[in-house]
Design a protein around this ligand. Structure first.
Ligand code: PGU
Length: 409
């Protein structure tokens, strides 16, 4: 008799973004013809840049000829791309070996899968609020007890509260944690950890033989050059941190699908030698994954050329100008808003003490703007609301205008 993985039953509800889609569809059904402004999911909207398009086309061309056709590539990714990424890190004074870089089809899969190389009895700590994939993947793996609807937490997990008082960047846990997820620039709060703040986590991890899983998917949105874009800019991080990153928000690859993870050879845990964790991830990827699309990888390579990098910087500037437009509008209304400076997300305090979902409904009904309820990212997100700066400028301006004109405060 087959049985299901019962840990799925513990998951608190459906995945956040499909639930938002469901509510939006219901609104559209009741209000046919009314335009809805989508500032919910962080999905890129601007076309791929010329250098990337050229790279992708070249890859397709190669596949069209017998002399240059290639099938399966290395599971770890094309060496040329890994070397280019190592150079990219090198340009930021981070020294990595191309072998320490694993190409993937995006950060989401890596963020969900990385836990599988660690023992089930590891104690896991999360920023609260956090990108839901970290928590859910650990629930599915059986690292939690049941979900408590009252507190919005899973038994057995450590929640590192991120609130305005600590600038949405927590201190390392007081208790012992084994796996620690950190996302900076942060989704959803838009906060960025300083070097000193990350150093505290690295020191904690080295002391406790813990592993930091650092999601840097928005690293390129950092405009303040004093802020670290990679955890490896922090002393000792190569001994205790895995870094996950992506071409999605960096170069508009949300639909193309390409990301990477860094698992340094120096990384050690309680029961491993240096190199062993790196080997486990290699084993995991070669067993479960057949490599990212060769077309996408050629696109990634083009994104890392000087022309590609300059063009991507232009895309990022565009989205960050959107963020400024949103901030400005919200400030005009006297709302309390965080983020949106070194990150493409704005984190808004729901006015009038409204809950996140009540504000979601109010914003949708009064202004036809869709955002993401903060409570969907964890209990400390309750009473907050995320707005995404991804969108065409005219849509962003129309959304902000609608909020300014129609939101009843
Ligand atoms: N990591 C973080 C922190 C993210 O916010 C996202 C996307 C990803 C990874 C995914 O990167 P890929 O390389 O494209 O896989 N977050 C978006 C999209 C929602 C989702 O479910 O991924 C968001 O709106 O939060």
């Amino acid at each position: 008799m087959a049985r299901i993985n019962e840990h799925y039953k513990k998951l608190s509800a459906g995945y956040l973004f499909p639930e938002i889609g469901r509510r939006m569809a219901a609104f559209q059904k009741d209000n046919p013809g009314v335009k809805v402004h989508r500032l919910g999911i962080g999905n890129t909207t601007e076309p791929l840049t010329p250098a990337v398009v050229e790279g992708l086309k070249e890859a397709v061309e190669k596949l069209s000829k017998p002399e240059t056709y290639t099938g399966y590539g290395d599971e770890q990714g094309e060496e040329e791309l890994r070397l280019a990424l190592a150079r990219f890190y090198g340009s930021r004074s981070v020294k990595l070996d191309a072998d320490e870089i694993f190409i993937s089809d995006g950060a989401k899969a890596d963020a969900a899968n990385i836990q599988s190389i660690f023992g089930r009895d590891n104690r896991v700590a999360f920023q609260d609020p956090a990108y839901p994939v970290y928590v859910d993947s650990n629930v599915i793996a059986g690292r939690s007890g049941s979900f408590d609807g009252g507190s919005g937490t899973y038994a057995g997990f450590l929640y590192m509260t991120c609130v305005a008082e600590n600038g949405f960047i927590p201190e390392p846990p007081q208790e012992k944690a084994d796996l620690i997820y950190i996302c900076s620039p942060n989704n959803p709060t838009g906060a960025v950890a300083t070097r000193e703040e990350l150093q505290k986590f690295v020191d904690y991890a080295r002391e406790n033989k813990a592993v930091i899983i650092f999601d840097a998917a928005y690293s390129e949105y950092i405009t303040d050059s004093s802020l670290p874009r990679s955890i490896y800019e922090v002393d000792g991080a190569e001994e205790c941190a895995v870094e996950i990153n992506s071409f999605s928000k960096f170069a508009g690859f949300t639909g193309v699908r390409l990301g990477w993870s860094v698992v340094p050879k120096a990384l050690v845990v309680e029961d491993s030698e240096p190199g062993e964790v790196h080997k486990l991830w290699f084993r995991r990827q070669t067993t479960f994954f057949n490599g990212a699309s060769n077309i996408a990888q050629q696109g990634g390579l083009a994104a890392l050329t000087d022309a590609g990098l300059a063009e991507s910087a232009g895309l990022i500037d565009y989205y960050m100008e959107n963020a400024a437009v949103i901030r400005e509008g919200l400030h005009q209304l006297g709302l309390t808003v965080y983020g949106g400076v070194n990150a493409p997300y704005l984190w808004l305090k729901a006015p009038g003490g409204l809950s996140s979902w009540d504000f979601f409904d109010k914003l949708l009904n009064e202004t036809q703007v869709v955002g993401t309820p903060g409570s969907g990212f964890g209990p400390s997100g309750e009473g907050y609301f995320r707005l995404s700066a991804f969108g065409h400028r005219e849509d962003i301006e129309a959304a902000v205008q609608s909020i300014v004109n129609n939101l009843k405060l």
